[in-house]
Design a protein around this ligand. Structure first.
Ligand code: CP3
Length: 347
């Protein structure tokens, strides 16, 4: 399937072509900081919103119209994969994020997880094609999934956590069962990401939000290895789709060139200059403004954004973004100021 956005700013920049300016989008750009999003959310719960292609398309496009980003990321969540595999997922209003009331706590529970669930995620593919239809080529659409390690962390812990101690003790005490779970997830993720590309996604991002949870060596075993299985398989199936891996909290990029990703999201705590030095020249970088900067003033945002952009040498494939999701308390004008600063930046 040919990538219909080959000539977009995003895809040209990702190929390392010389571009008039850097493309820009924001992680979690469709969300609660937008009054227009909250208005739609007031009429329906989060999961129904994800499952209704018309509404998902509408909120996906909101930040393109309202803040002027150069790409639309499909409105969904990383946890729809475990949900499709048979886990009961609860996303309640103001109750500390999504959770699985019946987390995985035994080898049997892992064995019972369903496989080949791609067809249960048709609503995501339909949301992508509806979004493409409405956008009429204005900007590319980004598909995404959670990396195996990050999904497993939620599935075993049952909810977000500072330490993920239940998950970590499971990895350390039952490594075989853990790998079984991570392999199962990888299989589903490969089909899911390929399905998103077939539905029209022009770039794919793999979120590894909890990559920084483990000691480096264990991260290589439980995290990188399985992320690489997914990234390499997608690359083999669809060579021309850019795939970005976002490993939040990693301390080193050693070996990342071999993962199968075409680029890397850099988190806000990482020095972009170091990332640029350690990641080989042909790979794209994306990021990494601290989302908290967007809680300050437009002047401050402009200055920090310019500093960030100055760290990227000419010729490096680069996409401007935040170093993690936009905060729900961000004033919309500040989000606009960030996007505008990228658009107006001159070296
Ligand atoms: O970026 C986008 O605009 C696309 C949509 C998107 C959502 N979640 C919507 C969402 C994306 C890309 C995600 C990814 C996601 N989900 C990650 C990886 C990225 C990251 O932030 O680290 C993770 C860890 C999750 C799991 C998740 N879903 C959490 C921790 C939460 C609660 C966070 C919060 O702000 O409440 C969610 C719920 C969620 N996913 C919301 C949105 C807009 C808020 C739900 C609501 O509207 O009530």
């Amino acid at each position: 399937m040919p990538n219909d956005q080959q000539h977009s700013l995003l895809l040209r920049a990702l190929r390392g072509e010389s571009v008039e300016r850097s493309p820009v989008w924001m992680m979690r750009q469709a969300g609660r900081y937008l009054p227009e999003y909250r208005a739609i959310r007031a009429t329906t719960n989060f999961l129904s919103l994800c499952r209704t292609p018309d509404l998902a398309a509408e909120v996906t496009i909101q930040p393109v119209d309202i803040v002027g980003v150069d790409a639309a990321i499909i409105f969904s969540d990383i946890l729809v994969i475990p949900e499709a595999m048979g886990m009961y997922l609860v996303v309640e209003e103001g109750k500390g994020g999504p959770r699985f009331p019946e987390p995985l706590r035994s080898v049997e529970a892992i064995t019972r997880l369903q496989s080949e669930v791609s067809n249960r995620l048709d609503y995501v593919y339909n949301a992508i094609s509806e979004t493409k239809r409405r956008l009429q080529g204005r900007v590319p659409v980004i598909g995404f999934a959670g990396a195996p390690l990050t999904l497993a962390a939620y599935m075993v812990e049952g909810h977000g956590s500072k330490t993920f101690n239940t998950f970590k003790s499971f990895l350390f005490s039952e490594p075989e069962a853990a790998h079984q779970l991570l392999e199962k997830l990888s299989k589903e993720l490969i089909e899911y990401l390929i399905g998103q590309a077939k539905a029209g996604a022009n770039m794919l991002q793999l979120f590894d939000t909890w990559a920084g949870l483990l000691p480096e060596e264990e991260y290589r075993t439980f995290g990188l290895r399985h992320a690489s299985t997914v990234l390499s398989a997608v690359r083999e199936a669809i060579p021309d789709i850019p795939t970005l891996y976002f490993p939040k909290g990693v301390r080193s990029y050693d070996g990342f060139a071999a993962l199968g990703a075409s680029g890397f999201g850099i988190d806000w705590a990482t020095d972009l200059t170091r990332a640029n030095r350690e990641i080989p020249a042909g790979f794209a970088l994306q990021g990494n403004l601290d989302p908290a900067i967007l809680l300050t003033s437009p002047e401050n945002i402009r200055e920090s954004t310019e500093q960030m952009l100055s760290k990227i040498p000419v010729g490096r494939p680069y996409v401007a973004n935040l170093g993690h999701g936009i905060d729900k308390d961000t004033p919309v004008d500040n989000a606009r100021a960030f996007v505008q600063a990228v658009k107006e930046f001159h070296r």
